[in-house]
Design a protein around this ligand. Structure first.
Ligand code: PLP
Length: 326
């Protein structure tokens, strides 16, 4: 697979670390677990969107774009990383956000990612529903603007995680780890799709587990298949079979962005065994599935940490109630 044919802009430092997690391994009592730290990049507080944005903004710049428009929920990490990348690249950034999550209060509505969006100089538009979102989009769109999908998830964005799969399989091979299970949070889908496609194209012997944080498993699987097929078409290879991929939705709880008790438990487990922070929306819920797989598995389990820490502060009241001073 040749990724060099695609225009790409440097936004992160690669490779990200693949860390042993001895405290977590001991606590779970199963095979060794490892953490792939895609949360620790410098730009805009880091996270998984930087890998997608390297391709998406590379193409936008090649097209001569002056503005990037994208969408998301109020606490979108994708929006925050897009805003940071636009600040670095001198692009105007229009974030068209929709109130999708049943969370209210100052922390959720004004802090966390959203204050950082403003800090990075993005124009932030908060919309009540799909009609208002469409109307605002029409207002801000113009020739010279490039529109990125929710989460940066399209075939081109998926290539960022195909590159990540190559990087991760190389790191595992260097450690003498052949078969393993990679657990990935799955929202708009391109992160899991890129890992799924990349590992299949490499003929890697392990498994990929996509833990949905929003959609039903059937919908998430379908989205993942479409993204894989689109990315494969860009690479000029046949759509993958994805027989090594499992998608689940049983750790979503009451809905996208709605905390669950298991999510808070696993946040505490990561913090107290490894000093690693997860977020309540993505990594926290996916880590509930990771914990289950790692506790019962017989091959090493890799948790792909996709970032999202600023979102934690959107849930400050809940976090303080659970972990804060009495
Ligand atoms: C922190 C974090 N992890 C995981 C995801 C899910 O990635 P994807 O949208 O590619 O499925 C997101 C998406 O916004 C995210 O912000």
């Amino acid at each position: 697979m040749d990724l060099s044919a695609f225009p790409r802009v440097a936004l992160g430092s690669w490779p990200t670390p693949l860390d042993d997690a001895p405290g977590l391994t001991a606590a779970l009592g199963g095979p060794p677990v490892l953490l792939k730290r895609d949360d620790v990049n410098g730009l805009g507080a880091g996270g998984n969107k930087l890998r997608k944005l390297e391709f998406l903004l590379g193409q936008a710049l090649a097209q001569g774009a002056d503005t990037i428009i994208t969408f998301g929920a109020l606490q979108t990490n994708h929006g925050r990383q897009t805003a940071a990348a636009c600040a670095k690249l001198g692009l105007r950034c229009e974030l068209v956000l929709t109130a999708k999550v049943p969370m209210t209060g100052d922390a959720y509505e004004r802090s966390g990612n959203i204050v950082l969006d403003h800090l990075f100089g993005a124009n932030v538009h908060i919309c009540a529903d799909a009609d208002e979102t469409a109307a605002v989009y029409e207002e801000v769109n113009h020739p010279g603007a490039v529109t990125l999908p929710v989460g940066g998830s399209n075939g081109l964005g998926t290539l960022g995680y195909v590159a990540a799969a190559v990087e991760l399989v190389g790191q595992l091979t260097d450690r003498g780890i052949g078969e393993a299970t990679i657990v990935v949070p799955d929202g708009s889908g391109a992160t899991a799709a890129g890992i799924a496609l990349g590992t299949e194209l490499l003929g890697w012997p392990g498994r990929v587990h996509a833990a949905s944080v929003s959609h039903t498993a059937a919908d998430a699987r379908q989205a993942l298949e479409v993204l894989c097929a689109d990315a494969a078409a860009l690479l000029g290879v046949p759509a993958p079979e994805l027989a090594h991929v499992t998608v689940t939705d049983d750790t979503v709880g009451d809905g996208y962005g709605v905390p669950t008790p298991q999510m808070w438990d696993v946040l505490e487990l990561f913090a107290r065994t490894e000093g690693v922070l997860l977020d309540p929306v993505y990594t926290g819920k996916a880590a509930v599935k990771f914990r289950e797989i790692a506790a019962s598995g017989d091959v090493p389990v890799v948790f792909l940490h996709t970032g999202g820490l600023p979102g934690f502060y959107g849930y400050a009241a809940e976090a303080v109630a659970r972990f804060g001073p009495a």
